[in-house]
Design a protein around this ligand. Structure first.
Ligand SMILES: [Zn+2]
Length: 236
């Protein structure tokens, strides 16, 4: 079956399992200067149609298998989505916490291009405590995915993301986990976020303020006029 509706993504986090070589994507946008805003905490929200539309607007495609939003920008835009262990087309998907925001992905790609992962791997090899924390993050990742129901996805049993448990291979995946789980769970994800905060862009500031549309999660009762279904008898 063809897949005619898929547009190429202008920028995406490179933890997609179809892209295991994870080359740095030079086309990813960097963080934009924007108004400072308090960082948002992890969430576990349903993804609304506005969320999915906002993701597609920035990512260039509708993400597949989204179970919910695991972290939002301070402006409300989804940054990390919780993804089903098996996508609707049957593909096993190990990157449960998928970073969908191209500004965030671009900021992390810049760090990766600086050679940070090589340094992290050197520290991982030299520091048993850090290695234990990285391995524990792997176990946390698998526990969270198991809670979503992955018993019927044996293809990714024991496989987490980002190089865990013994390597650092993708800071997008590690930061996605750190954003979803909160601080203190994924040490290299936390470090990635902290280094970016010190640079002053995302995630210390919202990169979306300059976008023409800046959707926020709509409250359930916020519908305007003319959006309610017309009451009346249905078809017989
Ligand atoms: Zn934002």
């Amino acid at each position: 079956m063809n897949d005619p509706g898929t547009n190429p993504a202008p920028a995406r986090a490179h933890e997609d399992p179809a892209d295991p070589a994870d080359p740095a994507d030079a086309s990813t946008p960097g963080p934009r200067p924007a108004g400072a805003a308090p960082e948002a905490a992890p969430v576990r929200d349903a993804a609304t149609p506005a969320d999915l539309a906002g993701i597609a607007e920035l990512l260039g495609r509708v993400p597949r298998g989204v179970l919910g939003v695991a972290h939002r920008c301070s402006c409300g835009r989804p940054e990390v989505v919780e993804t089903a262990p098996r996508l609707p087309d049957g593909t096993p998907f190990p990157t449960t916490y998928y970073l969908v925001d191209p500004f965030a992905a671009g900021a992390i790609s810049t760090l990766e291009a600086s050679g940070l992962m090589r340094e992290m791997n050197e520290r991982l090899a030299a520091d048993p405590d850090l290695a234990a924390a990285h391995a524990a993050a792997h176990e946390d990742y698998l526990r969270r995915r198991a809670a979503l129901g992955d018993a019927d996805v044996p293809e990714i049993a024991g496989v987490s993301a980002g190089g865990m448990p013994t390597r650092v291979k993708c800071l997008h995946a590690l930061a996605g986990h750190a954003l979803a789980a909160g601080p203190g769970v994924n040490p290299f994800g936390d470090e990635t976020l902290q280094r970016l905060r010190e640079l002053g862009g995302w995630p210390a500031t919202c990169p979306h303020a300059a976008l023409p549309e800046h959707p926020r999660p709509a409250p359930a009762t916020g519908a305007g006029p003319a959006t309610e279904p017309a009451p009346g008898p249905g078809p017989a």
